[in-house]
Write a protein that binds this ligand. Structure first.
Ligand SMILES: Cc1cc2nc3c(=O)[nH]c(=O)nc-3n(C[C@H](O)[C@H](O)[C@H](O)COP(=O)(O)OP(=O)(O)OC[C@H]3O[C@@H](n4cnc5c(N)ncnc54)[C@H](O)[C@@H]3O)c2cc1C
Length: 375
C-alpha cells in the first residue's frame, strides 16, 4: 500500500511511525513544506497524565519523550497581584521542536520517508497514492480542497493571541490577568525546558483595538506586552518567533473522510490551547486511524468509516470541553471583576467537566481556601 501523509506535525509524524512499525512493507511518505528544524511557537503542554495514552502500546516513544518534559502538579492564577494556587492539576511540557525531532527519529527508525521542503499546492500531486492523509494542520489543503465533501467549517474566536517565549523560568503553569488603561490582558506561561518558557498573551477584541496592536510591528507589540507583564517577566524579554496576533479557529468536519482521503489532527478539529490537548488529540487520532487500518486491511472504505465511528464520540466530548474553556476566555475581562478566589473557581470549572465534589478530591487545599474566603 502506498500512503501519503501531508504534514509533518505531531499527527503526521506519529501516524507514519505507527503504520510503518506494524506494516514494514507499506510505502509511507510524510510530506512537509518546511525544513525539518523549523517550527512555529515554543513549548506545548500536555494536560492530565501527560503521555500516559502512549504507554501501553508504544513504550519506546513514551520513553523517548517523557524524560525531556518539564512537569508540575499545581497551577497558579494571578489576579490584581494576588496569587491563587490550584493544587493537584498537573501538566507536563516540552518544546514543540524537541517533540517533532523525537517523532522524526521514531519515524526514520522504522523506515518512513520524510520529504521536507516540499509544499503540495494541489491535491492532484498525490493522485498515485492508495491513501492520502490530511495531517496538514489548521489551514489544511486536503480539507479546503474537499470542503463540501467533508462538510467543513471554520469559525473564529474574537479574542487575539500571540505566542511568545521568554528566558524567565516559571515554577508552575501560571495564568496572569492584568487590567491596564489599554484594557484586559491575560498571559498563559510555563517553562518547557529548564531555561525557556512559553508566554502566550491573549487580549479581548476591545483591548486589541484600544492598544492599536493591528498597526504595530512585531517588535512594537512585543515591547508593549513586555511593559504590561513587566512584573511577571521579572526583567526578562519576550522572544518572538513569527509571534503575530491571531484569532483561534474552531475547525469542524461533518465527515472525516472522502474516497481515499482522510483527516487527522488540527486539519480535522481544533481544541482551544487553554486546555493543552491539541497535540495529544492529534497523536490519538493517529493511533485510532492506525488501529482501524489494521482491523480492515483489505477494505479501505470500511477502515475509514470505522476510524470515524470509534473516534468521533471521544473527540466530541473533549472538543465540547475545549469550547467551554474558549468561551470562558472570550469573557475573561468580565470574570476579572470577581474576587480572586471566586475567579479561580470560575476558571477551574470553566470547561464544565469538573464539579465541586470532584474538585474537593483533586484540589483539597484550593477548595479549603475557597470555602474559607468565598463571597
Ligand atoms: C498558541 C497555541 C498554543 C498551543 N499550545 C498547545 C499546548 O500547550 N498543548 C497542546 O497539546 N497543543 C497546543 N496547541 C495546539 C497544537 O499546536 C496543535 O493541536 C498540534 O500542533 C496539531 O498537530 P497537527 O500535526 O495536526 O498539525 P500541525 O502541528 O499544525 O502540523 C501540520 C503540518 O503540516 C504542514 N503543511 C500544511 N500544509 C502543507 C502543504 N500544503 N504541504 C506540505 N506541508 C504542509 C505544516 O507546515 C505543518 O508542519 C497550541 C496551538 C496554538 C495556536
Amino acid at each position: 500500500m502506498r500512503i501519503a501523509i501531508l504534514g509533518a506535525g505531531p499527527a503526521g509524524l506519529y501516524l507514519g511511525y505507527l503504520i510503518k512499525r506494524r506494516a514494514p512493507t507499506a510505502d509511507v511518505t510524510v510530506i512537509e513544506q518546511n525544513p525539518a528544524d523549523a517550527t512555529f511557537g515554543f513549548g506545548v503542554v500536555f494536560s492530565d497524565r501527560a503521555l500516559e495514552f502512549l504507554r501501553d502500546d508504544d513504550e519506546q516513544t513514551y520513553a523517548a519523550i517523557v524524560p525531556r518534559m518539564e512537569s508540575w502538579s499545581d497551577i497558579a492564577l494571578v489576579l490584581r497581584g494576588e496569587r491563587i494556587v490550584i493544587d493537584g492539576v498537573g501538566f507536563a511540557a516540552i518544546g514543540r521542536l524537541k517533540l517533532l525531532q523525537l517523532l522524526q527519529e521514531r519515524a526514520r527508525s522504522v523506515g518512513v520517508e520524510l520529504a521536507y521542503r516540499r509544499a503540495v499546492k494541489d491535491l492532484s500531486e498525490l493522485d498515485g497514492f492508495d491513501l492520502v492523509v490530511g495531517a496538514d494542520g489548521v489551514n489544511s489543503l486536503v480539507r479546503r480542497s474537499l470542503s463540501d465533501e467533508f462538510g467543513a467549517s471554520v469559525d473564529y474566536m474574537t479574542n487575539r493571541f500571540a505566542w511568545f517565549g521568554t528566558t524567565k523560568r516559571f515554577e508552575t503553569l501560571t495564568q496572569t490577568f492584568i487590567q491596564t488603561e489599554l484594557g484586559s490582558f491575560n498571559a498563559h506561561h510555563y517553562r518547557f525546558t529548564p531555561e525557556l518558557s512559553t508566554f502566550i498573551v491573549e487580549v479581548d477584541a476591545a483591548t486589541f483595538e484600544r492598544a492599536g496592536f493591528a498597526s504595530m510591528s512585531e517588535p512594537e507589540a512585543s515591547a508593549t506586552c513586555e511593559r504590561v507583564f513587566a512584573e511577571a517577566l521579572d526583567g526578562h524579554a519576550l522572544i518572538s518567533n513569527n509571534s503575530i496576533w491571531r484569532q483561534f479557529p474552531l475547525v469542524h468536519n461533518a465527515r472525516w473522510s472522502h474516497a481515499n482521503r482522510v483527516l487527522i489532527g488540527d486539519a480535522l478539529h481544533t481544541a482551544h490551547f487553554s486546555i493543552g490537548s491539541g497535540t495529544r488529540l492529534a497523536m490519538e487520532d493517529a493511533i485510532a486511524l492506525d488501529k482501524a487500518l489494521v482491523a480492515q486491511p483489505r477494505d479501505l472504505s470500511a477502515a475509514l468509516s470505522a476510524y470515524e465511528a470509534a473516534r468521533r464520540p471521544i473527540l466530541e466530548k473533549l472538543v465540547t470541553g475545549a469550547n467551554g474553556s474558549a468561551q470562558w476566555y472570550e469573557h475573561f475581562a468580565e470574570h476579572m471583576a470577581l474576587k480572586p478566589v471566586d475567579f479561580a473557581m470560575s476558571y477551574i470549572t470553566r470547561s464544565g467537566r469538573i464539579d465541586l465534589e470532584r474538585l474537593r478530591k483533586l484540589s483539597p487545599k484550593f477548595v479549603a481556601r475557597y470555602e474559607r474566603e468565598r463571597s
